[in-house]
Ligand binder design. Structure first.
Ligand code: SF4
Length: 371
């Protein structure tokens, strides 16, 4: 029997069975019919083709509304508790794809209040500082200026608070406990926080004074927040936000989610080429115990973190990925060569990202949403 697992916005443990998670959460898988429909608008992203972005709530309804001329807005975010790593960029890259495909506005929420309330070691100065640091990474991803609004909760609070308390009035303590697994030891800010996370789903409707559809691309671990948002939305006279869910990018240690706390096996966006080479050099692979064994029997890409990195992010070309899989399985490529090739791809990506991140410092204010 598979090991049991837990997935909430605050805890991810065990080996995640993503099919079972769809059942547990009550979401829908993205099927081929939905992909065919999406192909009318443009190329299907490799994360959709590979079922890395694999689940949704009402994404078909978003397309129906779009076809009727009722454009949606995107909403995603980041908990700014430290620097950004490659795993964070994955859903952002997919969000950018959606912004480009549909030419829509994006609200990007920095939950600096959340990280302050959940992490004893972080002061408000810390979380605000990380909010601005992380905003540079968001801008570096190439989101559209004029259509991308980034904000820190503690700064946009004058606009958000009336919406947040309207949401809060409809959420019971028992719901929050059941959905997030909180007990009585949690501070009351943590308990209130989900009402703040609901607000960006309604911001465009609030500004336009009419109901505007909202699509939330996110890691599936964030779904519990938005189940609550969806439950209260119609009672506030807004549309339920739709969601499109990605699997969580595994770490270099293996199948576990890439984590901020495992610094040495996590590639930060600010890492130097030397550091990237070292981290990838130490990655968990599906290689055999010796070169001779691997030449004879091949490797196991399905359990390999290096293969996962290529699959999730760094090798979007399906043929190139398939070639790598065949070579690995047949023993035609050894792990050293394979790791070196990935390191080159990551270094090239990060060099471009770091340049754009530097330039973002001059245009940051163009992206910030203020009260
Ligand atoms: Fe992983 Fe590459 Fe080794 Fe295959 S050859 S097990 S894909 S590192």
């Amino acid at each position: 029997m598979a090991e049991d697992f837990t997935v909430t916005p605050y805890q991810v443990t065990g080996e995640i069975d993503y099919d079972e998670l769809v059942e547990r959460f009550g979401t829908k898988k993205i099927d081929n019919a939905l992909l065919r429909r999406l192909s009318k608008y443009g190329e299907i992203h490799h994360m959709l083709r590979r079922k890395i972005v694999y689940s949704h709530r009402d994404f078909d309804w978003i397309l129906n509304e779009y076809d009727k001329g009722n454009k949606f807005v995107l909403y995603t975010g980041r908990g700014p508790s430290g620097p950004v790593h490659i795993g964070h960029l994955m859903p952002w890259a997919f969000t950018k794809y959606l912004q480009d495909l549909f030419d829509v506005k994006l609200y990007f929420q920095m939950t600096d209040d959340e990280k302050f309330m959940f992490y004893d070691k972080l002061s408000m100065d810390d979380t605000r500082k990380w909010g601005y640091e992380n905003a540079l990474d968001v801008i570096a991803m190439g989101f559209k200026k004029g259509k991308t609004k980034i904000f820190l909760d503690t700064e946009l609070i004058k606009t958000m608070y009336p919406l947040a308390i309207r949401a809060a009035k409809k959420i019971n303590f028992s719901t929050v406990k059941a959905v997030f697994g909180f007990d009585n030891s949690y501070n009351i800010g943590s308990i209130f926080f989900t009402s703040i996370q609901s607000v960006p789903a309604f911001l465009e409707s609030y500004f336009q004074k009419k109901k505007v559809p909202c699509l939330i691309p996110c890691g599936i671990d964030q779904d519990p927040h938005f189940r609550i948002t969806r439950d209260i939305a119609e009672g506030l006279d807004y549309y339920k936000p739709a969601l499109i869910h990605a699997k969580l990018m595994p770490s270099l240690m293996g199948s576990e989610k890439m984590s901020t706390s495992k610094g040495d096996m996590t590639i930060w966006t600010t890492d130097s080429p030397k550091t990237v080479k070292r981290k990838i050099g130490n990655a968990f692979t599906g290689g055999a115990v010796s070169v001779e064994e691997q030449k004879k029997h091949g490797g196991k890409p399905e359990i390999c973190s290096v293969f996962n990195y290529n699959q999730y992010f760094f090798l979007p070309d399906d043929k190139a990925l398939d070639d790598l899989m065949q070579k690995c399985r047949s023993g035609a490529i050894m792990c050293g060569e394979c790791k070196a090739a990935l390191a080159e791809r990551v270094i090239e990506f990060l060099q471009r990202h770091q340049e754009r991140r530097e330039k973002a410092k001059d245009i940051l204010e163009d992206f910030m949403l203020r009260d």
